[in-house]
Design a protein around this ligand. Structure first.
Ligand code: TPP
Ligand code: MG
Length: 307
């Protein structure tokens, strides 16, 4: 066993939160299974192991806030809309697809939610939206998810510069899973995320816990300050449980084992067995039902397109 992220017992969640975590987990596992069978085309990047990040943020964000997601965005979408049917239909190209089946796994637009597969693209856009919100809807924020590898994109720094200069209500959520595709973070990043945020005078908050309740408490006050124009970089030290995309995991066995040891799923099952087992099987069956239902739909039509 490698050392766990915090080594502590996970606190008990409400059924609603645990149900959402499990929905994302089983949705992602099912996608890999469908791709493996050749039932899906294109590509996908699952958020296995990182599901707790958007679930923890969920009550801290409101409907007037914008969320900008990245290539690993299914958990972000499901946390915002709890709409597995629309997302699966989008990925499968079936009727009822949230963007008419033209966006697929990575390019989704719906009610103040936008994802992109292009690394670093979203941060300048989010900064622009944050400026708009500051002027016309004070109190609302733009929240943008990026990975550790995305700190290699110059656009990130242009956006941070403006966020600091113009005191933008911008929350940058960094999901630092220690790897970018196949490159370990330590091999490509000089210094730290914290140091880079500090260079712009932007506050940085490190989250090492996978405990949803604990994360919410630690971020609540900071996110409230983002609403007043104090940008924040919230860096989650997390683990990518699955491959980068599908079947392309080249990490050493130790790194994969560390991800498994820190996985909230097994830890929560251990810490709260009754609640976990009551919900886990139900949610898994629910996801299978969604797959069966969506797969039987006719193909999506482009005219349905994005909201
Ligand atoms: C501009 C650009 N360059 C390269 C890629 C190919 N690509 C997709 S994901 C990825 C790695 C991203 O790493 P990170 O930001 O750490 O996110 P993670 O995949 O670990 O969640 C790369 C290189 C891309 N999508 N966009
Ligand atoms: Mg990464």
């Amino acid at each position: 066993m490698t050392e766990t992220l915090d080594g502590l017992r996970l606190s008990r969640l409400g059924d609603d939160d645990l149900g959402l975590l499990l929905l994302i987990r089983h949705f992602e596992l099912k996608l890999l299974e469908l791709y493996g069978r050749g039932d899906l085309n294109g590509t996908t990047h699952t958020c296995l192991g990182q599901e707790y990040v958007p679930v923890a943020l969920r009550p801290l964000l409101g409907e007037s806030d914008h969320v900008f997601s990245n290539h690993r965005g299914h958990g972000h979408y499901l946390s915002r809309f709890r709409d597995p049917h629309g997302l699966l239909a989008e990925i499968m190209g079936r009727e009822g697809a949230v963007c008419g089946g033209v966006g697929g796994s990575q390019h989704i637009h719906r009610d103040r939610y936008l994802s992109t597969g292009v690394q670093g693209e979203s941060l300048p856009v989010a900064a622009g939206v944050a400026l708009h919100l500051k002027r016309s809807e004070p109190g609302a924020i733009a929240c943008v998810h990026i990975g550790d590898g995305t700190w290699g994109e110059g656009a990130v720094y242009e956006a941070l510069n403006l966020a600091a200069l113009w005191r933008l209500p911008l929350l940058v959520v960094v999901e630092n899973n220690g790897v970018a595709q196949s490159t370990p973070t330590a091999s490509q990043m000089a210094g730290t995320v914290a140091g880079r945020a500090a260079a712009f005078g932007i506050r940085h908050h490190l989250v090492v816990s996978t405990d949803v309740n604990e994360i919410r408490i630690s971020l609540e006050g900071l996110v409230a300050e983002v609403r007043e124009g104090r940008p924040l970089v919230a860096e989650f030290v997390t683990h990518r449980l699955g491959p980068h995309s599908k079947g392309d995991d080249v990490r050493p066995a130790g790194a994969v084992q560390a991800a498994r040891d820190n996985d909230w799923y097994g830890r929560y099952a251990h810490d709260h067995p009754e609640q976990f087992h009551r919900l886990d099987g139900t949610v898994k069956a629910e996801v299978q039902g969604i797959v069966d239902e969506v797969a039987a739909r006719p193909p999506s039509r482009r005219e349905e397109s994005c909201a």
